[in-house]
Design a protein around this ligand. Structure first.
Ligand SMILES: Cc1cc2nc3c(=O)[nH]c(=O)nc-3n(C[C@H](O)[C@H](O)[C@H](O)COP(=O)(O)OP(=O)(O)OC[C@H]3O[C@@H](n4cnc5c(N)ncnc54)[C@H](O)[C@@H]3O)c2cc1C
Length: 746
């Protein structure tokens, strides 16, 4: 939950796994928040695949939007913190999860919805030579490879054979969908062989025998080689070793040659669960009662494939995971409130719709089964409707009133300038910068060879993960020092934490200070003090001190005609997080933005210095145009920007086009007065990008044209992949500042 002062967090619920049941839990929290409950979702996949739509996706009848559910907007709507991580260690004594690369995640209540996967360890050679159908995200990558290998075989005029191990619904659907896609798109039907290897005497053993018969007929009609009674003994390079054993006959050991093999056998639980001391069933799944509550640890709940409901065995199928969502949501809420939990009984029969290729499906329930195009249309409608329920949520009604955080919550430069103009602070001869405004950091002369630099920054959390927020805020706070070409020496921290149960406040502080200290240590910068306070929202900032030789410093102003302007990071954080707060951002946009924001500017500054830069600043709250204008200084300059060269974070232009502007955007847009010949700034997303406030944005430096290429190459080699030369200074000291947008010269 996003905490408000009236609802301090009392307990922490961690949802582990973004499976089908947790979708309903998140939706329930979004529609009916639980005051006082702090919710975190931890999931390996954030674009979580909906397996029902996998066959349609494989054969191109569904797109990613019909198949992947982006957990980010859903988590935002539910007020849940989203951590993308694979967890394989749970300490139930201390009630923490361990995720690689970040502090432990504590919980009071834990809910598991981790799914299942085929057990490769039971099949010698499978780990090395085969692909598992789950996790589906991994399988999709393998599918790309299979298509490339198939095409290479085709080009070499040979057959390509896919062996699928398993005889259940997943293997039957995969065989049909992959074959349909390769035949339809390659148009050479004879190049592909598919063999389906099933240990049992019939297909679809857990379903109506008529369904198994229909599937066999259909596969044979499609020239898919079905080998019943064949148990795979081992997977080897280029072949499967199988034992064929028909009733009343001697067992035979055979080899089945194949170019690739896919394991789609029955569901298995992750082996690491056994280390948690949770009560498990004989197959390693979490034993729960009919309230979906662990039989051994009442504060742990489980649903979907990972759960085994005592006395109510059911097949591992998404339909049960979906149905368990609402009962799980209800009982998690009741457990938190101390109310009696409600029993749940899974349905005894469930409808299954299996894709058989070329827009046909088998529908089966209980002992009934039928096949037809109508069944495919039914399946397609159900699957697309399910995914659509959880994707593209509407923005909240108060969207227009939402105030941004991070650097997008800064006070605009015009306002700031007017206020500062009213002040007459005393000064000293050793203070080389006035109000700290003419440079990114204040400069105090210590002796002729040494100056001290000081900067301060502070803002409200714009992501609800305190650890990540602190890492980004620290990179951001150090950036003013880096922009001046110096190395930070020490820092004082200021932290504001919302009121909550003491253990929760303590953990929030620990997460923030861990994130901060990690980044400071990586910069060899000592944390030497600070202050903390209880605040309405989580906030963090640093005052940073550095020492430097004055003649080594980079300065904000001092452009010269002919200088090239190089920006080392992509733009767009303001609009992306404005969209994120309104549930409109995609994880595939936000994850790279968060990664870039954690990238320090220190190395970029060193590279700029190495290539002779004299003028540099960091692009933050005032946006590119505001900071570029500052670089032009009171003496003014004429600058041409090549807007096509502006590096842009994925999704940022789309967000700007849709009007997801951050709170500071309009104020920053006042800098448009220095732009030449812009008729209608409102229409052009690339133009709007100039006004977008950046949190932990990149350095913008001016270097001589002869160093441009080498400098860009060095930046990119150092990991600033978005680094770009975005324009040039056409005239320095021009009296007034004029910035024009132009096409990149040929
Ligand atoms: C090809 C195929 C087709 C299928 N078609 C159907 C169908 O049409 N109908 C049907 O009912 N069933 C179908 N199934 C079965 C279905 O996939 C599963 O039963 C269903 O996905 C289980 O849902 P779940 O909610 O338990 O977990 P999942 O949907 O598998 O979700 C598990 C989640 O946990 C996360 N996770 C896993 N491990 C970790 C970890 N260590 N740390 C953090 N996060 C983790 C994953 O990223 C994922 O978000 C199909 C299966 C396959 C393979």
């Amino acid at each position: 939950m996003q905490q408000t002062p009236s609802a301090p967090a009392r307990k922490r619920l961690v949802l582990l796994g973004g499976g089908h049941s947790h979708l309903a839990v998140l939706m329930s929290l979004a529609h009916d928040p639980v005051p006082g409950l702090d919710v975190t979702l931890v999931s390996r996949d954030v674009d979580t695949p909906y397996s029902g739509a996998l066959p349609a996706r494989l054969c191109g009848r569904a797109q990613d939007d019909d198949f992947l559910i982006d957990l980010r907007p859903l988590a935002q709507m539910a007020g849940a913190r989203l951590l993308q991580a694979s967890v394989e260690q749970i300490d139930l004594e201390r009630r923490v999860l361990h995720c690689a690369g970040r502090p432990a995640v504590p919980f009071d209540i834990l809910s598991l919805n981790l799914g299942s996967r085929p057990d490769l360890s039971a099949l010698p050679g499978a780990e090395q030579h085969a692909a598992a159908v789950k996790p589906i995200s991994g399988f999709m990558e393998r599918w790309e490879q299979i298509q490339r290998d198939h095409d290479a075989a085709l080009a070499a005029d040979r057959h390509y054979t896919i062996a699928i191990v398993g005889g259940g619904p997943a293997s039957v659907e995969l065989a049909c969908a992959m074959q349909e896609h390769l035949r339809r798109t390659r148009g050479v039907p004879l190049s592909l062989r598919i063999v389906l290897v099933c240990a049992r005497a019939r297909l679809l053993a857990g379903m109506a025998s008529k369904a198994g018969g229909l599937a066999l007929q259909m596969l044979q009609k499609r020239d898919i080689d079905v080998r019943l009674h064949c148990r795979v003994l081992a997977v080897e390079a280029g072949q499967l070793k199988v034992e064929e054993k028909r009733a009343g006959q001697e067992a035979q050991i055979l080899s089945i040659a194949c170019d690739t093999s896919i394991i789609a056998t029955g569901a298995a639980a992750p082996a690491w669960l056994a280390t948690t001391r949770l009560a498990l069933d004989g197959r390693g799944f979490v034993r729960v009662n009919n309230r979906l509550q662990s039989m051994s640890h009442p504060f742990v709940f489980a649903a979907g494939d990972i759960a085994a409901i005592a006395g109510q065995p059911r097949p591992k199928a998404g339909v049960y995971a979906v149905r368990q969502g609402m009962p799980l949501a209800r009982n998690l809420r009741r457990f938190f409130l101390g109310e009696p939990l409600l029993p749940y009984s899974p349905q005894t029969k469930a409808l299954a719709l299996l894709y058989m290729g070329d827009e046909q499906a088998i529908a089966t329930r209980g002992q009934w089964a039928a096949i037809g195009h109508w069944a495919w249309r039914w399946k397609d409608w159900i699957d697309k409707r399910f995914v659509a329920r959880f994707t593209h949520p509407a923005p909240p009604p108060e969207a227009a009133l939402i105030r941004c955080a991070g650097c997008a919550a800064k006070i605009g430069s015009h306002l700031l300038r007017e206020v500062l103009a009213e002040l007459t602070p005393c000064t000293h001869p050793d203070i080389l910068s006035r109000h700290g405004l003419t440079e990114d950091a204040a400069i105090v002369q210590l002796d002729p060879q040494r100056v001290m630099l000081q900067s301060v920054d502070h803002f409200r959390a714009f992501v609800n993960d305190p650890y990540l927020f602190a890492r980004i805020a620290t990179v951001h706070c150090l950036s003013d020092i880096h922009a001046m070409g110096a190395r930070s020496h020490s820092a004082l921290a200021i932290i504001g934490v919302p009121h909550a149960a003491p253990a929760i406040m303590q953990d929030q502080m620990l997460q923030v200070m861990t994130g901060c200290t990690e980044v400071l240590n990586a910069h060899d910068t000592a944390l030497i003090g600070g202050h903390s306070a209880e605040t309405a929202e989580l906030s963090f900032g640093l005052s940073v001190t550095a020492f430097a030789a004055p003649d080594r410093l980079l300065h904000k102003t001092g452009l010269a005609a002919g200088d090239r302007l190089i920006l080392c990071k992509a733009l767009g954080t303001g609009t992306l997080f404005a969209a994120d707060m309104r549930y409109q951002a995609r994880q595939r946009w936000i994850a790279p933005a968060l990664a870039q924001m954690q990238q320090s500017n220190q190395r970029a500054a060193e590279i700029f210095q190495h290539h002779g830069a004299r003028t540099c600043t960091d692009v933050t709250g005032f946006g590119l145009l505001g900071h570029l204008r500052e670089m032009c200084g009171p003496q003014g300059a004429q600058v041409t920007l090549w807007s096509e060269r502006l590096p842009v974070l994925e999704g940022a232009l789309e967000c700007l086009e849709r009007g997801w502007f951050s709170s500071l955007h309009a104020e920053n847009a006042r800098h448009a007065e220095v732009l030449e010949q812009v008729q209608d700034p409102g229409r052009n997303a690339r133009l709007q990008l100039l006004f977008d406030p950046q949190t932990a944005g990149g350095l913008l430096a001016a270097i001589r044209p002869e160093h441009e290429q080498a400098c860009l190459a060095a930046l990119r080699a150092a990991g600033y992949h978005a680094a770009s030369c975005i324009g040039e200074v056409t005239q320095a000291d021009s009296g007034t500042t004029v910035i024009s947008l132009a096409a990149v010269p040929a």
